[in-house]
Design a protein around this ligand. Structure first.
Ligand SMILES: NC(=O)c1ccc[n+]([C@@H]2O[C@H](COP(=O)([O-])OP(=O)(O)OC[C@H]3O[C@@H](n4cnc5c(N)ncnc54)[C@H](OP(=O)(O)O)[C@@H]3O)[C@@H](O)[C@H]2O)c1
Length: 320
């Protein structure tokens, strides 16, 4: 068993991970900006005001063997910052670099960072999924900041002997999911029709339970040390297949209207949503072979099991 400092425990991924690590019997310290709505038995809390280059983690890191760093500026749907890259850097780069350097000074054994698949870029070519060795080409301020954070904490690790583990998930879905995936479920549940194009593209996603299972394995598995770990469900879906499976899970078949790609892209251009549609029409596939071999791991939940859990939680919340 391990003593773990977990950041981001109030978030979508961190909340689920905190429950899993507590259930596994680890001794947990949660770094939070405000109290959680529910108590996690056995976990202690370190309150701090925000993640940046000035945060003092000395007290939080005393006696800690492993840091799992989930906190970060992410999912900004409507950016209001005048300098988005500067804002992402302040939190994701300076904040993570500071935590990693103080963790190294405090003799933390392992630092696990929840990065993002967006570090590699926004799309893959057919038959060329992202692998741990793919050169990163981040395309937006968020992804740039996550790559810079990876580099800063790798440097802290290399200079000190602290092991670093970088996990790069694609879009995560599961109970409590927000943003676009939640919108998609709402749309299907309301029976609204949606445009569908057959592009032949495939996308890797990862279920929250699969990601949490991998992160839990990274705590102690020797093979994780100093690795970049691609993660996904290992089952890539086309958009029509995702809509069909999600509709089945919601008990409401998705109503789709086939439209030609040129029409969808033209409409999106007029509405200023070209980037979103281009992304959805392209493939983004991740090869998790490296992760599975190194950690003797495979995703414990299938896509259909994970979609069923996600949809059941959505329906329960809608009824509440
Ligand atoms: N969800 C995905 O699809 C996905 C995919 C790939 C990678 N990731 C990465 O996974 C991590 C967790 O994502 P998530 O989906 O759980 O996000 P989330 O639900 O938005 O949670 C973000 C967490 O970070 C904390 N945080 C945000 N800004 C902060 C700041 N300035 N100072 C201190 N804490 C701050 C939040 O704390 P408060 O509650 O105090 O705001 C919250 O605990 C992120 O680093 C993200 O980059 C997520």
């Amino acid at each position: 068993m391990n003593t773990i400092l977990l950041t981001g425990a109030s978030g979508f991924i961190g909340r689920a991970l905190a429950s899993r690590l507590a259930a596994d019997g680890h001794s947990l310290r949660l770094a939070l900006r405000s109290p959680l709505p529910v108590d996690l038995p056995g976990a202690s809390v370190f309150y701090f005001t925000g993640l940046d280059g000035g945060t003092d983690w000395t007290e939080a890191l005393a006696g800690i063997e492993t840091v799992v760093h989930c906190a970060g500026r992410a999912h900004i749907m409507k950016e209001t910052a005048a300098d988005p890259l500067g804002e992402f850097r302040r939190c994701n780069v300076d904040g993570s670099a500071r935590l990693a350097s103080q963790a190294a000074q405090a003799n933390v054994r392992r630092f696990i960072f929840v990065s993002t698949a967006k570090v590699w870029g926004e799309q893959t070519l057919p038959g060329q999924p992202f692998t741990a060795d793919t050169a990163p080409v981040p395309a937006d301020p968020y992804a740039i900041s996550k790559l810079e954070a990876e580099r800063a904490l790798t440097a802290s690790g290399a200079g000190s002997g602290m092991e670093t583990v970088i996990v790069r998930p694609p879009l995560v879905y599961g109970p409590g999911v927000k943003a676009n995936f939640l919108r998609l479920m709402r749309w299907i549940a309301l029976g609204r029709p949606m445009p569908l194009v057959e592009t032949g593209s495939r996308r890797s996603l990862v279920a929250l339970d699969n990601l949490v299972d991998l992160l839990a394995r990274c705590i102690e598995h020797p093979g994780a040390a100093n690795q970049i770990l691609p993660v996904s469900d290992g089952e890539d879906l086309s958009m029509p297949a995702l809509l069909r499976q999600l509709g089945e899970a919601l008990g409401k078949p998705a109503r789709t209207i086939r439209v030609p790609v040129w029409l969808l892209k033209g409409g999106a251009r007029l509405l200023g949503r070209q980037a979103v549609v281009d992304r959805l029409c392209a493939s983004l596939q991740i090869d998790i072979g490296h992760t599975c071999r190194l950690l003797d791991w495979s995703p414990p939940f299938s896509v259909s099991e994970a979609l069923a859990r996600t949809a059941a939680d959505f329906l329960a919340r809608s009824r509440a």
